[in-house]
Design a protein around this ligand. Structure first.
Ligand SMILES: Nc1ncnc2c1ncn2[C@@H]1O[C@H](COP(=O)(O)OP(=O)(O)OP(=O)(O)O)[C@@H](O)[C@H]1O
Ligand SMILES: [Mg+2]
Length: 241
């Protein structure tokens, strides 16, 4: 059987909503989601609000315990609920990174851009010493086209586009190979959206990144994704080549 870099099969995620025993009710956020992504490819995932896109992303990272399905990444089975097989997520928390919609909500307002990027480097113990850490931070900021002086700025001193660049620098600082981008340009003005989409493409080429690119905006997804999966009410209903 052909194996792809990312393979998701029959992913399911039900959230308990209350009740007991047979009276238990569930929110069926993800009902049946299957897709694959090859290395270096971008798959778009579109669908209207509430169809289960974010839940799909968070379940793959096991921020929610999957109710059903299988996820294989680079030849490793991350989880297979039916087979009760679960891989230790620790190495994958580095290799698979999330980029969020609203960098303002996901960036600590009391931390400078440098510390925000540095925190990820610290968590994964990637710096040999203070000097090395500083150099890695500056390098990552330059990768997202912010010069080193931005390291000392706070999120409220940055524009929306600059904040998203800091969010991307943070995600990239741990050298992931798979980025799950959850509405990463939806909060931005059109002209800034185009710049950030271009940056994503540039970084993909530079680092050979694989993207799952989530959006409710089909035109944004068309600019970046080769194939597009369309989701409705917890299911993939179409994959456009
Ligand atoms: N933690 C949770 N507990 C219970 N229900 C949830 C939870 N998270 C999401 N849901 C429900 O699951 C469904 C899918 O939500 P999800 O956030 O995945 O949609 P989405 O496609 O990302 O929407 P949007 O485009 O607005 O971001 C919704 O009905 C939502 O209310
Ligand atoms: Mg969402």
């Amino acid at each position: 059987m052909d194996s792809h870099f990312v393979e998701v099969e029959h992913l399911r995620q039900y959230f308990p909503m209350g009740g007991f025993g047979s009276g238990r009710t569930y929110s069926r956020a993800v009902e049946d989601v299957s897709f694959y992504i090859d290395r270096g490819e971008t798959l778009g995932l579109v669908g209207e609000s509430g169809c289960g896109k974010t839940t799909t992303a968070r379940t793959l990272l096991r921020l929610y315990e999957p109710t059903g399905g299988r996820f294989a990444f680079d030849g490793n089975v991350i989880f297979d609920v039916e087979k009760k097989q679960y891989e230790n997520m620790l190495p994958y928390r580095k290799r698979i990174q999330l980029v969020f919609q609203d960098p303002y909500a996901s960036l600590n307002p009391r931390m400078t851009a440098g510390d925000i990027v540095g925190e990820a480097i610290d968590v994964h113990k990637l710096a040999a010493n203070k000097q090395d850490r500083r150099e890695q931070i500056i390098h990552m900021l330059e990768m997202v086209r912010l010069d080193g002086s931005y390291a000392d700025r706070y999120p409220h001193e940055l524009s929306g586009g600059q904040r998203q660049r800091v969010g991307i620098a943070r995600s990239l600082s741990v050298h992931p190979d798979f980025l799950i981008c959850d509405e990463p340009v939806s909060a931005l003005d059109m002209s800034v959206q185009a710049q950030i989409l271009e940056l994503f493409q540039e970084l993909q080429e530079k680092f050979g990144l694989t993207y799952l690119f989530i959006s409710h905006d089909l035109s944004a997804v068309r600019q970046i994704a080769g194939r597009i999966a369309v989701m409705r009410e917890g299911r993939i209903v179409d994959i456009q080549e």
